[in-house]
Design a protein around this ligand. Sequence first.
Ligand code: M6R
Length: 357
Amino acid sequence: EKGTYDYFMLKEIDEQPFVIRKIIQHYQDEENNIKVEQAIRTEMAEADRIYIVAAGTSYNAGLVGKQVLENVAGIPVEVHIASEFSYNMPLLSEKPLFIFISQSGETADSRSVLVKTQAMGYPSITVTNVPGSTLSREADYTLPLYAGPEIAVASTKAYTAQIAVLTILAVDTAVAKGLPLEFDPLQELAIVANAMETLTDQKETFEQMSLDLFKDTRNAFYIGRGVDYYVVQEASLKLKEISYIQAEGFAGGELKHGTIALIEDGTPVIAIATQENVNYSIRGNVQEVAARGANTCIVSMEGLDQPGDTVVLPHVHSLLTPLVSVVPMQLLAYYAAVQRDCDVDKPRNLAKSVTVE
Ligand code: M6R
C-alpha cells in the first residue's frame, strides 16, 4: 500500500536503501562471504562471453552490469535490446551464457530470445524480481532481486537492485576464478545504502531543482561519460516516460557531432560526473553547452566535486556510483511529473509488464 505517499513511485524510490540491505543479507552466508548457487558459479566460470538481454530500464541496468562484470570478473559482456536481438542476432562466441534481466519476468521481447537461445542449447540465467515468472521458470537459473513488489510503471528500485545483484554475481565469479579483488562488495553496498538514504532525505532540494530545470521546457538533455553515460540514459527514460518532456541521454564527447545544435537559451542540460578519469572532459562539455545558453547543472561526487556543483553525491566505490547517482535522477523525474499534474504511477500508453512483442 501507498501509505502516506501520493504515489508508489516515490515510495519505491525511498525503499531503495532497504532493498540494497536486503540483497546483502540474502546473498551472504554465515561467514559474511558471498553466497551464489554453485551451478551458476560453474556456468559463469565456463562462459567465454556473456550476453545480457533486456528492455527499457532493465537494459539500462544491463549496461552498468557489463561494466562491473568486465572489470571485476574479466568476462567480455555484450548488452542487447531484447526486441532487436530476436531478428538481428550477433555472431555468438563458443561458450555463450545468456543473462535475462527483467523486473517482471514477463517481458515478451526477452522471452522470445530465451526461447531461441534455449533451442540452441545455451545456458541462461534470469535476474528478476518475480521468481516463478515466465522468464524465471523457463531459464536454467534465477537470481532474485528481493526488491518487493514494484507497482509504479516507472521502474526505480528494480534498477538499483539489478545492478546490486549483478555486482554480487561479478564478485562471486571473480572469487571462484581466483582473481584479485580490490574491494569488499558487501561492505561497499552497505555504504551505497547509506548514501542513497542521504539523498532520499533531501527531497525538497530535488523538488526545487526540478522546478528550476524543467518548469517551462519542452526538452531536456542529460550527459555523461563512461558509466555516467549509462546512467544518463536511464535518467532520460525516467523523465520522458512520466513527465512527457522530450529527453535524451548523450555521451559528453558526442555532443559536438550533432546534438549541440539543439542547445538553445534555457535548454536544461544535466551532467553526471562521478568518474575521475573523465571529470575534466565532462566539465568541458558542460562549459560548451553553457556557452550556448544551456541551463546546466552538475551532479558530482564527493572527492571530485568543484565549487558550483548543484549536487554532490556522498562518496562510494567508483564501480557502484550508478546506484547513487540515479537517485537524484529518479527524484527529478518524479517531481517534474508531479509539477505537470501527470499520472505518475500510470503514464499514458504504458503498461507495467509488456507481454506483447
Ligand atoms: O519487467 P521488465 O524489467 O522486463 O520491463 C522492461 C521494461 O518494459 C521496463 O523497464 C520499462 O522500460 C519501464 N517502464 C521503465 O521505467
